[in-house]
Ligand binder design. Structure first.
Ligand code: IVH
Length: 681
């Protein structure tokens, strides 16, 4: 392929990928599988690697991130980014309506000849962003800042898949479109689960999480957070729309993600009905909203009404009141998390709130209890935000009697009775008896066997509980000493299930060092950090010899992680466990070929991957193929050497491979082949 042909192919692939991104992230209606999408993207990335001079900064390949922004440049807004005044009641809305009529010179607003249409939109709880497009290309993304100037966060915004990098439909030569960047609730919970897993403090709420994410220096990390963005306002000269509702339709046509929940209302009563509906319905949305925004639809009327110094007179925000109930706090119990963090939990007199029966609420930590001066038998106010667990927001002090006993915070672990500690600058108390405290041991085992760690999927949390309570497994090293006979003495275990578990554990011996390092559960060391450390230090021996300064040199390792690694490797119990795992045969160093990186074992072979794999992700398998000289391809042809087939392999692919006599290999065959040749996996 010459450069011209490469350019044509790159353009074609980019257009195709942009369309699929649009189908998936804007229309929520994908037309191809994730695997097919990944294969197209991979083809584009490979071509761009071959012809780096053809990489456009707006190529779909740039969405995966990787660029670092050291400092975000301050940029002046072309149009000031104003705020909205707030309203909290029907009376406030009627007053807003009266002022709009007055401002438009409609003194007697009962006459039907005078009419004002309003557009009601959801008020997304995120952070506002202004996107400038020049000749259909995204040129700048700027945060609100102080309204006059904000930060240029273009590199990070480019990772948000629902934001088009280039426009294809007709568009004005230059315009700005504004909207709200937010973190979908599913992502918020996923991130917090992952953080909890490695002992990092949870992100407080989706809004803070979104604004923190957008200010991250490494755009690759931003890409992994899966932010999203709704657009709600188009600004520029000579735009075609005459009113706001039309402009939303226009933005939709240009390819932007515009909510389908906006409603055109012919009077303030319809506005009030819209608000009443969403006040209840908001909990069903997959993202958080904190109110409704009401805008005068007609642009001429907007212009007549104008602005105050801070906000437009033609729009107002209605803020929802959080639904609140008052109930009795009966007792407080303390939960021990998998990282030893202690969480006080309020056991409440059961009460109905926003459609669910609430019995418990988190009290977070000792500071929270102290700040609200919460006492036993108090009547407390409980609210439900977007988060699943309801929160206590205050105490009804008027209902207090002598029975309300001030709390003394727990001093010893409720599970293992060791003294709790609270580190400087940390809100949480911790049980430090990590190797002998039940919930912590079980948490460590759950983490160790999880999919991204040792991937022993025959070992679920119920079985872990069973093995632990029967004294068969007291730490992760014990897993490798399990005998089939002892499993057969347990309830629910038969010959087959016992053998499956033994086989699953044995298979985990091939898991590479970087994942073993993640699996052993060093606090704050996540999957990516473990990878970076493994690549740098090559073996656990070398990691044990490193001091804090050496560790901080490693990409992604800061002081907190370095301290945590050192503390972990100083602990004699941990060292004993590592020693036993080594004896059991786990990988505690990178294989020689991994250290060299790559081989030519697969030179000249074209491999098609299809299906779901258990030991490695498709991306990992693809990288292995490339690193060992092979070629990835998305479709089967006479030139295909192998079909690497996982579970649920595409039936069409399978049929074609059989028809063309293409060899079909399993993930295990493939890995064994590479392993036998001592090759990088
Ligand atoms: S319109 C002149 N529409 O709410 C300001 N804002 O409290 C025009 N917001 O700064 C803003 N959803 O960040 C508008 N559908 C929506 C919105 C929305 C959320 C945010 C926005 C704004 C803040 C004002």
């Amino acid at each position: 392929m010459n450069e011209l042909e490469a350019k044509i192919k790159i353009d074609e692939l980019s257009a195709e990928l942009n369309q699929h991104n649009y189908n998936y992230y804007v229309l929520d209606s994908p037309k191809i599988s994730d695997f097919e999408f990944d294969t197209l993207l991979e083809t584009l990335i490979q071509l761009e690697k071959q012809y780096p001079q053809l990489i456009s900064p707006l190529s779909p390949s740039q969405r995966v991130g990787g660029q670092i922004t050291k400092t975000f440049q301050s940029v002046k807004h072309k149009y000031p980014m104003l705020s909205l005044s707030n309203s909290y009641s029907t009376d406030d809305l009627l007053e807003f309506n009266r002022k709009v009529f007055e401002g438009l010179g409609f003194q007697n607003n009962t006459q039907t000849t005078y009419s004002v249409e309003y557009v009601c939109e959801l008020k997304y709880d995120g952070l506002s962003i202004g996107l400038t497009y020049i000749n259909g290309n995204l040129s700048k993304a700027v945060t609100r800042g102080d309204g006059v100037q904000g930060d240029d966060v273009t590199t990070n915004v480019k990772t948000i898949k629902s934001i088009p990098l280039t426009l294809t439909e007709s568009y004005p030569p230059e315009f700005e479109i504004r909207g709200e960047i937010f973190l979908p609730l599913k992502e918020f919970y996923r991130i917090n689960k992952e953080r909890d897993d490695i002992g990092d403090a949870p992100l407080a709420n989706p809004r803070n999480a979104a604004s923190g994410t957008l200010k991250m220096q490494d755009s690759k990390q931003v890409a992994q957070r899966n932010l999203d963005c709704f657009l709600y306002s188009v600004l520029g000269e000579n735009l075609p729309s005459k009113n706001h509702f039309e402009s939303l339709e226009y933005a939709k046509k240009m390819g932007f993600k515009v909510s389908n929940h906006a409603k055109l209302c012919s009077n303030i009563n319809e506005v009030i009905n819209f608000i009443t509906y969403w006040d209840k319905q908001r909990f069903e949305l997959p993202f958080e909203i904190d109110g409704i925004v009401i805008k005068v639809n007609n642009y001429a009327q907007q212009q007549t009404l104008g602005f105050t110094a801070k906000s437009p007179r033609w729009a107002i925000a209605y803020k929802f009141k959080a639904e609140q109930v008052c109930t009795k706090l009966n007792t407080i119990t303390y939960q021990v998390g998998r990282t030893g963090a202690i969480t006080p939990v309020a056991n409440l007199e059961p009460i109905q709130l926003a459609g669910t029966l609430v019995k418990r609420a988190s009290l977070h930590n000792a500071d929270f209890i102290e700040k609200l001066d919460i006492r036993l038998n108090d009547f407390v106010y409980v609210e439900k935000g977007g988060e699943i667990i309801p929160k206590i927001v205050g105490v009804d002090v008027d209902k207090r009697t002598q029975n309300n006993i001030p709390l003394t915070y727990v001093t010893h672990c409720p599970e293992c009775n060791s003294i709790l500690q609270r580190k400087e600058n940390e809100a949480q108390h911790y049980c430090l008896n990590e190797n002998f405290c039940g919930p912590q041991i079980k948490g460590k085992i759950e983490h160790f066997v999880s999919r991204k760690a040792m991937n022993i999927d025959s070992l679920g949390s119920e079985t872990i509980e069973q093995l632990f309570s029967n004294g068969i497994v007291k730490n992760i090293a014990d897993l490798y000493d399990i005998k089939k006979e002892s499993l057969l003495t347990l309830e629910r275990f038969a010959d087959k299930s016992a053998q499956n578990l033994i086989d699953g554990i044995k298979q985990s011996l091939t898991i590479p060092f970087e994942r073993v390092l993640f699996a052993i559960g060093i606090r704050h060391v996540g999957e990516t950090t473990a990878k970076k450390i493994a690549k740098k230090v090559l073996s656990i021996e070398r990691l044990c010899q490193m001091n804090k300064e050496d560790l901080i040199e490693i990409d992604e390792v800061g002081e907190i992680i370095a301290d945590s690694i050192i503390a972990f490797l100083k602990n004699s119990e941990n060292l004993k466990i590592i020693e036993r795992l080594k004896v059991a045969g786990l990988q505690f160093e990178l294989s020689e070929s991994e250290q060299i990186v790559g081989s030519s074992l697969l030179q000249g072979l074209t491999i098609v991957i299809s299906g779901v794999f258990s030991k490695h992700s498709r991306d990992e398998l693809k990288t292995m193929i490339e690193q060992n000289g092979g070629k990835n391809s998305s479709s089967i042809s006479r030139k295909t050497s192998y079909l690497l087939a996982g579970e649920n392999v595409g039936p069409e692919k399978l049929k074609k491979a059989q028809a063309l006599n293409v060899k079909i290999i399993s993930e295990d065959d493939f890995l064994t082949q590479l392993l036998r040749n001592n090759i990088n996996i």
